[in-house]
Design a protein around this ligand. Structure first.
Ligand code: PHE
Length: 345
């Protein structure tokens, strides 16, 4: 029996030594020390021994068991350490490797221009308001001193949905809405950015485009206020050296009316292909709010005066960023849009 014990001891030591993983080690533990393990079975067989032999063999088995337990423990620690090291090695990442760049979108040039204009006018005490794109004939034309059959309606080719509803051709429609909505008839200072629609489509016109409207109604508002406001507006957007030129024009809802040109920011006014050699670029329509418009929308023209202006945001963006075809603004081509990313840095 002693021999048997010795054999088990030697065999198990050898096997433990060669174990390569914790799992293998655990199996060996069961094999030798488990309930049905070889050593355990030996102990059970001790009933057959003489009383003298029992304590000797029992002691021997116990010391071998202790020795094996220690051996298992040491080996287990060793294997765990090794497995951890292997795992760390396998999961190692090189933080100095170049990363895959995540692509993010960039702000659309039109939104850049709109936000810049909003910030400027809010800083001067204006509210930013919006109106419906599907507009009534009443607000788009009639309340702006353009009765049905008025020849100036031909200035804007409109998309009519029904005889009463159309896609608004101008943000000026919101002038009437703001005046009508103001029940106490208090002073007004608003800008209105928004989409507008006309039946045209070429390199400098799109059937859908964007305007920003300005409207100020108060006591003692004069043309000087309009000129000063537009000067601040254009210089902020296009550069401090921008000059303005007011040319007499006609809009049914303003009197007097002007078309406002800015000095060409490409050539500084000397004449180039952008300004068609004139040195000026037409950018805005503007004027003093027509007394009929004030009256029709509930303001007493003897007490109040006002000015209004409107400009095409698409054209502004094109000039500001040197974009040559308006349709680029609506194609969502990332090669075009990503060029504006740099402006965020
Ligand atoms: N609504 C005019 C247009 O679209 C521009 C304008 C606005 C003119 C306000 C005068 C006052 O052409």
């Amino acid at each position: 029996m002693k021999e048997q014990i010795e054999q088990i001891k030697l065999a198990s030591i050898e096997e433990v030594k060669n174990a390569k993983e914790v799992k293998e080690l655990n199996d060996l533990k069961v094999k030798y020390l488990g309930k049905k393990g070889e050593l355990t079975l030996l102990l059970r067989g001790m009933g057959a021994l003489s009383p003298e032999e029992r304590p000797i063999i029992g002691g021997l088995v116990n010391s071998v068991r202790d020795e094996l337990n220690q051996l298992f423990e040491a080996k287990e620690k060793e294997l765990q350490k090794k497995e951890l090291a292997e795992k760390l090695e396998a999961e190692k990442i090189d933080v100095t490797l170049p990363s895959n760049k995540t692509k993010t979108g960039s702000k659309h040039p039109l939104n850049r221009v709109i936000e810049e204009i909003e910030d400027l006018f809010v800083s001067m005490g204006y509210d930013v308001v919006e109106g419906p794109e599907l507009e009534t004939d009443e607000y788009c034309f009639e309340r702006l001193n353009l009765p049905k059959g008025h020849p100036a309606r031909d200035m804007q080719d409109s998309f009519y949905i029904t005889p009463e509803y159309l896609l608004r051709t101008q943000t000026s429609a919101v002038q009437a809405r703001v005046m009508m909505a103001n029940e106490e008839k208090t002073p007004i200072r608003v800008i209105v950015p928004g989409k507008t629609y006309r039946r045209e489509d070429d390199a400098t016109h799109s059937h859908q485009f964007n305007q920003v409207e300005g409207l100020v109604v108060d006591k003692n508002i004069t043309l000087a206020h309009l000129k000063g406001t537009l000067e601040v507006f254009m210089r902020k957007l296009l550069g401090e050296n921008t000059e303005l030129r007011f040319r007499p024009s006609y809009f049914p809802f303003t009197e007097p009316s002007y078309e406002v040109d800015v000095s060409c920011f490409k050539c500084g006014g000397k004449g180039c292909n952008l300004c068609k050699q004139t040195g000026w670029i037409e950018l805005l329509g503007a004027g003093m709010v027509h007394p009929n418009v004030l009256k029709m929308n509930g303001y007493d023209p003897k007490v109040y005066t006002g000015f209004a202006f409107g400009t095409g945001l698409d054209r502004l963006a094109m000039f500001k960023y040197g974009i040559t075809d308006m349709r680029y603004l609506y194609r969502n081509d990332v090669r075009f849009l990503s060029q504006f990313d740099e402006m965020d840095r």
